[in-house]
Design a protein around this ligand. Structure first.
Ligand code: SF4
Ligand code: ZN
Length: 332
């Protein structure tokens, strides 16, 4: 095996880090780097809101300086997105927002987006998901053809890789990987679970529309504290990720906390989706299973809340997906 960073040969059993893919020297350097970035992120997170607002605006302005008008806000209708839009529009009032209607949005999300468009001057393009033959995608079709988005993106990705494995060797590697990283989910490995949903219903439609319009950079309302992956992304690349990955991204809220978001909403008296008054902390998609195990409010998970707030939608969920929810041991 060779070191993933310096390409030096690693003797059998002498690799370091997760997956044992680094030589000792690279692993230690990487550890130091991550440690210092983590410290910097904590420092940024501890800033008062007024300083965070200034830093965020500087980051957005940097993106404008480079990409001019070829930049858009990737809008979800949620509270983080709404705060982001409010900040960006102070610098460029008519900036384009793009929203993908995933076909399983809460009605309150759609109502809020409509309000932003009709009554709050938001320049927004609403797109819908289609495949390359112009056949519409929807949640039900994604579940049927790819699998249900359940547990977490990483777990769903590992299960999809196992289920799609073409050789015994790949299949065994997938089992080893699941055992190593997500042992608790090993017994679910044969279920119809996949991580493809977001790509089909959300990411691709937005990116395709943006590309068609000549957009070169997306502004995203992502907080590093939302997930380990987002935190790692920030540590490795920072807020403005230009000319590094396939897509240029400006993530100027990365170092904000959820408390900052609520403080900002209160400070500027921002209107947000009604969903947040109904016991939901995230707007997401109604039927999404990602994060379901941790999404509890007053002892009820997302699906249990849905049965109270949106009984018709809950009925649809059970009519169509009860089997997989049972197999996954998810209460509803
Ligand atoms: S949030 Fe969940 S349900 Fe919505 S598009 Fe992404 S994976 Fe699918
Ligand atoms: Zn190395």
């Amino acid at each position: 095996m060779i070191c993933k960073i310096c390409s030096q040969k690693i003797e059998e059993g002498l690799g370091y880090g997760k997956g044992k893919i680094y030589c000792k020297e690279c692993y230690e350097k990487k550890r130091e780097f991550i440690k210092s970035r983590k410290y910097k992120l904590e420092l940024l997170k501890s800033l008062p809101l007024d300083l965070k607002i200034i830093k965020t605006k500087i980051l957005i302005q940097e993106a404008f300086d480079i990409y001019g008008s070829n930049i858009y806000v990737s809008y979800s209708g949620g509270k983080d997105s709404t705060v982001l839009s409010h900040l960006v529009r102070q610098l460029q009032p008519n900036i384009l927002h793009i929203f993908s209607n995933t076909t399983c949005e809460y009605p309150e999300t759609l109502q809020h987006i409509n309000w932003e468009k009709e009554h709050n001057g938001m320049n927004i393009l609403i797109v819908k998901p289609y495949d390359k033959y112009k056949k519409p995608w929807n949640f039900k079709r994604v579940v049927k053809e790819d699998g249900f988005p359940m547990y977490s993106k990483d777990v769903a990705n590992a299960i999809r890789t196992y289920r799609r494995a073409k050789s015994d060797k790949t299949r065994q590697n997938s089992i080893d990987y699941i055992t190593r990283r997500f042992k608790r989910f090993l017994s679910y490995k044969d279920l119809n679970i996949s991580d493809k949903c977001c790509e089909k219903l959300k990411k691709t439609p937005i990116k395709q529309a943006a590309r068609k319009l000549g957009m070169q950079c997306a502004i995203l309302g992502i907080l590093a504290e939302e997930s380990r992956q987002r935190e790692l992304d920030w540590m490795n690349y920072g807020c403005n990720v230009f000319n590094v990955k396939k897509d240029n991204q400006c993530k100027p809220l990365s170092f904000w906390t959820e408390n900052d978001i609520y403080e900002y909403i209160e400070l500027y008296n921002l209107k947000i989706s009604k969903l947040y008054e109904m016991g939901y902390e995230r707007n997401g998609c109604m039927f999404c299973g990602f994060g379901i195990e941790y999404d509890y409010n007053q002892g009820k998970n997302r699906y249990e809340r849905l049965s109270i707030t949106h009984p018709k939608m809950h009925k649809y969920l059970l009519n169509n997906f009860k089997d997989i929810l049972d197999e996954c041991n998810i209460t509803y």
